[in-house]
Design a binder for this molecule. Structure first.
Ligand code: COA
Length: 152
């Protein structure tokens, strides 16, 4: 689950500290993350988040982590679609992006299901967990994005 993330396994105290500044407290300002829990019938499925990376360029980045228990059922795709919708509607994003380890096939497939396209393959641009890793950047322009969430 954490294989392609920067994070390692955290204890409860470290998790609290990590997420204290990240849980949704309203629309994020530049550089802040806003994460939302995804649950069904009171059961935690995962979380999605987004940040306004640059308010000048109006670029938002999205991220998502889901429990392996619910993999392969479309929950992550559905939730990621909602955060793109939020970024487009409420943050007036011009462009929405995602960054991922090039080996992260599940994440890549999710982004392709959303219709995002690969714009960059950065070779060995990061040193993560003891090794050089390639990073992909996927993106979608807001003007090409069809908002499907009913926020009413
Ligand atoms: C990335 C991650 C969220 C993807 O999870 P996932 O289970 O593949 O994604 P979904 O929940 O959207 O499920 C997609 C699958 O459900 C299927 N599916 C079923 N119903 C669906 C529906 N209504 N809508 C979309 N997909 C549906 C899809 O066809 C797909 O199947 P496939 O894997 O056989 O192609 C998950 O692997 C994860 O949490 N990884 C660890 C954290 C991580 O790496 N995060 C990304 C960092 S960049």
């Amino acid at each position: 689950m954490l294989r392609y993330l920067y994070d390692d396994v955290m204890d409860d105290a470290a998790l609290d500290e990590h997420f204290a500044k990240r849980w949704w407290r309203g629309l994020p300002h530049e550089g802040e993350w806003a994460n939302l829990v995804v649950e069904r019938d009171g059961r935690f499925l995962g979380h999605v988040g987004f940040t306004m990376e640059s308010s000048v360029h109006r670029t938002c980045e999205i991220g998502y982590v889901f429990s392996p228990d619910v993999a392969g059922q479309g929950y992550a795709t559905e939730a990621a679609r909602v955060v793109v919708d939020i970024a487009v509607v409420y943050l007036d994003a011009h462009r929405v992006i995602a960054r991922l380890d090039a080996r992260n096939d599940a994440s890549r497939h999710l982004l392709e299901r959303l219709g995002m396209r690969q714009e960059a393959h950065l070779r060995e641009n990061e040193f993560v967990k003891g090794e050089w890793t390639d990073e992909l950047v996927y993106a979608h322009l807001a003007r090409d994005w069809v908002v499907t969430t009913d926020f009413a």
